[in-house]
Write a protein that binds this ligand. Structure first.
Ligand SMILES: [Zn+2]
Length: 492
């Protein structure tokens, strides 16, 4: 830690000294906690607000975005899910404590099984390549708070690997069993008589006339296997769209296929376009090439896509198509005359990613807030996403990563009483991810799996460094990762 500390630039000295003070305070706390000398100091360390981090600020340039803040109702609901600083549960973050399970007799040789509830899920946004440019740009505050830098991400990967984490897929947590030819899952039989089956899980609010084409299914939990000594980890990346508003801000601008590999294109400050490891996907691929045991069974990351600015940096959306009735007047200056070629290229990128082990998720077409948007807005949005984004993917998508982390329900189970859930099911969604700062949060129902995710970004790292709760200590050492170019303090 010492060498890292002394390599940090002058401007960080004061915050780091502060951080050290708090680390020292933590040491004192740990030393005295058991003797009961200090109890109240713990509360002094909770200097930051809601741990329920919003996936905020990334798409605010577009006027289709409605909200950037959680509703009171939602915050309250999620607050129940927060770690109570006084509960025993909170101690999971007090010390680095990685769950490492021991294989038992039922596990296949060489492997160890984890329950889905024991799998942690972290996520990133587009990585900042040039912090100096990003933190001087118009969106500096958002980049500093919501993004990790390329430099930080490389260090984080190395430390996750050194801590024996190993990537698994979201689809390793559960499988979907479909019931064809009129048969029904047991849970439906148990709760339904012949007359009410039609009303509950088989209802199709999108098109009631299609009720009979809806195939019943059941979500079946699975044990998640990794080699003995490893701890399973899921990584996702949100908004892999390379929005217009990010142009020239020190971030990659699109993905490209380069000799069969997915790389990122990036314009440096002199305007030279470079192709290389300038975002999460190529960096992760290069890392796994060197450390194949960082991935079990070919798992990579989940790529969450919106639609309104196209995907992977290509303006593939119908709103850029002058021949489409959806062509948007505000895109007059940037119509895409090569839209069919770009869609084909995006399809090729998606296929390479899929073959590599990447999974895909809907992040909604218009970066919608699923808590507050109306049923009809969400339904139209899902249709647009399927038409413009799923059509570019090699397989149908069954996963939603909620924009802003804004879920359709609180921590109570999803049921068909929640019409949005029934709608999303009928669109084919089975896996639902919100944002939650707990180490683990997984809920499995008969017809869905929900998982909370943890944001890794400037805000969360600064929280740990400045004497707030360190919610990252089970993953990596924040002090040795934090980019010294970041202006501090960092608020949400
Ligand atoms: Zn987002």
């Amino acid at each position: 830690m010492k060498s890292n500390f002394y390599s940090i630039k002058k401007k960080l000295i004061v915050p780091i000294i502060l951080a050290q003070f708090f680390l020292f305070q933590t040491f004192i706390l740990v030393a005295f906690a058991q003797s009961g000398v200090i109890n109240s100091l713990e509360s002094n360390m909770q200097t930051f607000g809601p741990g329920f981090m919003q996936d905020a600020g990334l798409a605010v340039q577009d006027n289709i975005i409605e909200e950037t803040q959680p509703t009171k109702k939602q915050t309250k609901k999620k607050a129940k899910n927060e770690i109570d600083p006084n509960s025993a549960n909170d101690k999971t973050f007090a010390n680095k404590r990685i769950i490492r399970k021991v294989a038992n007799a039922n596990d296949p040789i060489g492997l160890v099984g984890y329950e889905p509830e024991e799998v942690t899920h972290i996520f990133f946004h587009t990585l900042t390549v040039d912090p100096k440019r990003a933190y001087k740009s118009a969106e500096a505050k958002g980049y500093n708070s919501n993004m990790a830098t390329v430099d930080e991400f490389k260090k984080i990967l190395q430390q996750l690997y050194d801590n024996n984490y190993c990537l698994v897929k979201l689809h390793d947590l559960a499988s979907i069993k479909y019931y064809e030819n009129g048969s029904l899952p047991n849970f439906v039989k148990k709760v339904s008589t012949a007359s009410n089956i039609e009303k509950a899980p088989l209802r199709n609010p999108i098109d009631p006339k299609q009720e009979k084409s809806y195939t019943p299914y059941e979500v079946l939990r699975k044990k998640v296997y990794v080699p003995i000594g490893k701890t399973p980890l899921i990584i996702s990346q949100d908004d892999v769209n390379y929005y217009h508003y990010m142009d020239g801000s020190g971030h990659a601008n699109r993905l490209v296929i380069d000799n069969g590999e997915i790389k990122a294109a990036y314009k440096d400050k002199s305007g030279n376009e470079l192709i290389g490891d300038y975002d999460l996907i190529p960096i992760l691929d290069s890392f796994i090439k060197e450390h194949p045991d960082f991935s079990y069974n070919g798992a990579r990351a989940i790529i969450a896509l919106t639609g309104y600015n196209g995907v992977f940096g290509y303006r593939t959306d119908e709103t850029y198509d002058i021949n489409s009735s959806y062509f948007k007047a505000s895109n007059k200056k940037t119509p895409n005359e090569n839209i069919e070629e770009d869609r084909e290229y995006a399809r090729r990128i998606a296929k390479v990613l899929h073959d590599r082990g990447y999974e895909f998720a809907s992040h909604s077409w218009g970066h919608r807030n699923f808590t507050t948007s109306s049923f009809s807005i969400l339904k139209t949005d899902c249709e647009r996403w399927k038409r413009n984004v799923e059509s570019l993917l090699p397989i149908p998508c069954d996963t939603i990563i909620y924009p802003f982390g804004a879920d359709i329900a609180g921590e109570e189970a999803y049921t068909d009483e929640v019409s949005r859930f029934t709608m999303l099911k009928n669109f084919g969604f089975r896996f639902f991810c919100n944002v939650d700062s707990n180490m683990y949060w997984v809920q499995i129902g008969n017809d869905y799996l929900r998982q909370g995710r943890r944001n890794i970004d400037g805000f969360r790292m600064w929280e740990a460094l400045s004497g707030g709760k360190n919610r990252l200590s089970d993953l990596f050492d924040v002090l040795s990762v934090f980019d010294s170019n970041r202006p501090t303090p960092i608020s949400q």
